[in-house]
Ligand binder design. Structure first.
Ligand SMILES: Nc1ncnc2c1ncn2[C@@H]1O[C@H](COP(=O)(O)OP(=O)(O)OP(=O)(O)O)[C@@H](O)[C@H]1O
Ligand SMILES: [Mg+2]
Length: 369
């Protein structure tokens, strides 16, 4: 028996999974799995499953599964259970493999228990948290799922009188922080994010320039490079091909319109959250708003939100320093701060579940901070 432990913090997002470990390693991979389409592809790739950026480069030879959308397992919200069982099973397996692969990249020491904290959308349903735990249980000896914006705030030591807005690919999470673990009812999760911007951009770009050829991935890359929401004299010029000939296009208008689709819902969500804030804390919280997640990098978003906050008495909005690793680093910090007895308790609960083979779990952090 050893008292050594490998601690892992993971931000298991719709689009990307970032991971940080107590041995100092960290990495980021797409939350996707590629299975070779046929025997020829398998023989050429020399593997049964492909992860990481190779998925994008080899995608023609792969069946690519992104297991999550809008912050939950695909088809997880299918109330009538009409989604084909094999598709659901495939998504579950993909989620499990992504977690396993991400942890393997940390090269945890053999024979040492692995304890992990995973960030999930702020208001993920109990069922969705169970899906995450099931995806992680075969890789971790003990794992807890916590609110994603909370891990960001925890990592920044910004747990009091602040609001974190985490803008991901599938969800936007708004979370007020009062110095304790946030209650579900205080948080707001909007089922939209970068994916919705990409869809809008593809549609508007095709309308404006019907002859231009592009893929959704190219549209996303253009957004990440040029995306903006403010009223400045920005001009986004890109090369797109027309019948194989590279041609210069001005995509400013469709790009700005697409990027702006998230602004109104964020303001509306903030309005709902602000209405519930204790009036005494409100001014301090509004002057300490942090934008996190990949979408926080949209140029001008901080300024536009500050302008819109004038209607609520004004506020200050800033971006997190590291939009890729803030969640994973905060989750790791939390994992390392949690008492050893707490981890042992979770580990025992997990072992008992495995023994009784129920596959059910309700492990959830309530007040570990
Ligand atoms: N510079 C940028 N400008 C605009 N958007 C960006 C930029 N960089 C990344 N993004 C977008 O951010 C999104 C990914 O953000 P993030 O990695 O936080 O998502 P996620 O954690 O995987 O998703 P979720 O939290 O919704 O499950 C993608 O839509 C991506 O295109
Ligand atoms: Mg995220």
């Amino acid at each position: 028996m050893t008292d050594r432990v490998s601690y892992i913090g993971m931000d298991l997002g719709t689009f990307k999974t970032s991971i940080a470990a107590s041995n100092g390693r960290r990495d980021v991979i797409p939350t996707a799995v590629g299975w070779p389409k046929d025997h020829v592809a398998r023989a050429l790739l020399g593997r049964d499953v492909v992860f990481g950026d190779e998925i994008f480069h080899k995608r023609r030879a792969l069946e690519v599964i992104r297991p999550f959308e809008k912050g939950m397992l695909k088809y997880g919200g299918d109330p009538q259970g009409q989604a084909p069982a094999d598709r659901i099973a495939r998504c579950r397996e993909a989620a499990r493999l992504v977690v396993e692969y991400a942890v393997s990249l940390m090269r945890p020491e053999r024979g040492v228990p692995i304890f992990g904290v995973i960030g999930a959308p702020a208001r993920a349903s109990i069922r969705n948290k169970q899906v995450l735990i099931e995806a992680a249980e075969s890789t971790f000896d003990a794992v807890v799922v916590v609110s994603e914006p909370f891990t960001v705030a925890y990592g920044m030591n910004n747990l009091s009188d602040s609001i974190v807005i985490d803008i991901g690919a599938g969800t936007i999470d708004l979370c007020p922080l009062y110095g304790t673990y946030p209650a579900d009812a205080d948080q707001v999760t909007l089922p939209l994010g970068g994916d919705m911007i990409d869809e809008a951009f593809c549609r508007l770009l095709a309308q404006k320039h019907p002859q231009a050829q592009f893929t959704p991935q190219m549209a996303r890359e253009i957004k990440e490079k040029h995306g903006f929401v403010h009223d400045a004299n920005e001009h986004a010029q890109v090369l797109l091909s027309v019948n194989g000939v590279p041609t210069q296009y001005d995509v400013t208008d469709p790009l700005k319109a697409a990027c702006s689709v998230i602004v109104e819902p964020i303001v509306e969500g903030l309005g709902r959250l602000i209405a519930r804030l204790d009036p005494e804390y409100r001014p301090r919280m509004l002057s300490n708003i942090v934008l996190a997640g990949g979408g926080s990098q949209l140029r001008g978003l901080d300024r536009v939100l500050e302008e819109r906050l004038e209607a609520f008495g004004g506020g200050r909005v800033r971006r997190v320093g590291d939009s890729v690793f803030a969640g994973a680093a905060g989750a790791l910090k939390l994992a390392m701060a949690m008492p050893a007895e707490y981890w042992q308790e979770i580990r025992r609960a997990s072992e008992n579940r495995e023994a009784s083979d129920e596959g059910q779990s309700g492990t959830e952090l309530r007040a570990a901070a």
